[in-house]
Design a binder for this molecule. Structure first.
Ligand code: SAM
Length: 302
C-alpha cells in the first residue's frame, strides 16, 4: 500500500497513536453508539497491522476526501454516492454527517471484515448507507484466498445510478486491466455528468523525474511501460500508472478529466493529499440511450 506504506509503522504499543483510527472513536461513538466504537478498535488494529490502511491521519484523510467531494466533485447532500473499496469506512464516516436521508450511499469492498462491521453498525442507524462484499474478487494483498478476476467484475448496480463515485487509494492496489474495467463500470453506473473522484499514483513528466532521481517518497523501481510497481512479488502493494494511459482508459470509459490533477505529496513537491487526486466527469454520449452494451471497452474502442 502506498500512502499507508510510506509512513506505515506497526504501532509501537497497543496505545492509540495521535490522529490514529482510534481517534475516529469519538465520531463513531456519537454517530453509531458505544458498542460500534468498542468493536471498531480491534478492526482498525487488524487493518493497520495487516498493512491494509495507514495507522495515521484517519479522520483527517476522510475529512479531506469529503471536502474534495464537495468542492471538486460538486457533491450535494441529496446525491447518490458509490464508494469503490470503502474499506473500514474512513470516507464513510464524514459522509454520514453530510448525506441527507433522501440520499443514497453504496459501498463495496473485496474484504469481509470491514463490510461486516459497516453493515452491522452503520446501516441499522443510517438506512440509506448500504454495503456489499465483492468477496470473490482476488487481491494479492486484500483478498488472496479468492479466485475471481476484478477485470471482469460487474458492479451490482444498474446503469446510471450515481451522482458521484469515490475510489480512495483503491486503483493504487489494482492491476491495470482491472482498473480499466473498473473505470468502465464506474462510467456505466454514473449518471450523465456524474463525477468520479479518485486518488492514485500518476506518472507525468514531473513525477517521473522525481521517481528517476530517487526523490519520490515511493520509488516504483519496476517499469512496465504503462505502469510501475513498487514490488513485483506483490503487485497490489503499490501501482503507479502512466498518466496518459490512465486518462485514455478513463476516456474509453466515457469519463473526461474535470479540472486539473492535484499532485500528491508522494512526489515530494508539496501536495494536499498523499496520492494524486483526480476528478473525472461522465460525458454525454452522442447515442443518448446510454445502453450499457454501448459503453466502449478497451478492446472495443477504436
Ligand atoms: C488503502 S485501502 C483504502 C480503503 C478506503 N478507500 C479508504 O480510503 O479508507 C484499499 C482498499 O481497496 C480495496 N480493494 C482492493 N482491490 C479492490 C477491488 N478489486 N475491488 C474493490 N475494492 C478493492 C481494499 O480491500 C481496501 O479496502
Amino acid at each position: 500500500m502506498t500512502e499507508p506504506k510510506i509512513h506505515r509503522q506497526e504501532p509501537r504499543s497497543n496505545l492509540p497513536q495521535a490522529d490514529s483510527g482510534v481517534e475516529a472513536l469519538s465520531r463513531i461513538r456519537t454517530l453509531l453508539g458505544d458498542k460500534a466504537a468498542e468493536r471498531f478498535v480491534p478492526l482498525w488494529r487488524q487493518w493497520v497491522r495487516s498493512g491494509f490502511i495507514s495507522g495515521e491521519r484517519f479522520n483527517l484523510i476522510g475529512d479531506k476526501m469529503l471536502a474534495a467531494c464537495i468542492k471538486l466533485g460538486g457533491l450535494k447532500p441529496w446525491d447518490s454516492v458509490l464508494e469503490v473499496g470503502c474499506g473500514i469506512g474512513r470516507n464513510t464516516f464524514p459522509l454520514l454527517g453530510h448525506l441527507a436521508p433522501s440520499a443514497a450511499y453504496e459501498g463495496f469492498d473485496v474484504t469481509t471484515s470491514g463490510i461486516r462491521w459497516l453493515r452491522r453498525y452503520v446501516t441499522p442507524k443510517f438506512a440509506h448507507f448500504r454495503f456489499q462484499q465483492a468477496a470473490k474478487i482476488y487481491s494479492g494483498l486484500y483478498n488472496p484466498q479468492a479466485g475471481g478476476d476484478a477485470a471482469t467484475f460487474k458492479f451490482p448496480y444498474p446503469k446510471g445510478s450515481f451522482d458521484l463515485a469515490l475510489a480512495v487509494s483503491v486503483f493504487t492496489h489494482m492491476a491495470p486491466l482491472a482498473v480499466s474495467h473498473y473505470l468502465s463500470e464506474i462510467g456505466r453506473t454514473l449518471k450523465p455528468h456524474g463525477r468520479l473522484l479518485c486518488t492514485c499514483y500518476l506518472l507525468d513528466d514531473s513525477a517521473l523525474a522525481m521517481v528517476r532521481a530517487g526523490r519520490s517518497a515511493i520509488g516504483f523501481p519496476n517499469d512496465f511501460g504503462s505502469y510501475r510497481l513498487q514490488k513485483v512479488s506483490m503487485p497490489e502493494f503499490a501501482v503507479a500508472f502512466d498518466k496518459n494511459y490512465f486518462l485514455q482508459s478513463a476516456n474509453e470509459a466515457g469519463l473526461n478529466l474535470k479540472g486539473k490533477i492535484k499532485p500528491g505529496s508522494w512526489r515530494n513537491e508539496g501536495g494536499h493529499t498523499g496520492q494524486d487526486l483526480v476528478v473525472l466527469e461522465k460525458r454525454l454520449e452522442k447515442n443518448a440511450s446510454c445502453n450499457s452494451s454501448a459503453v466502449p471497452t478497451r478492446a472495443g474502442a477504436g
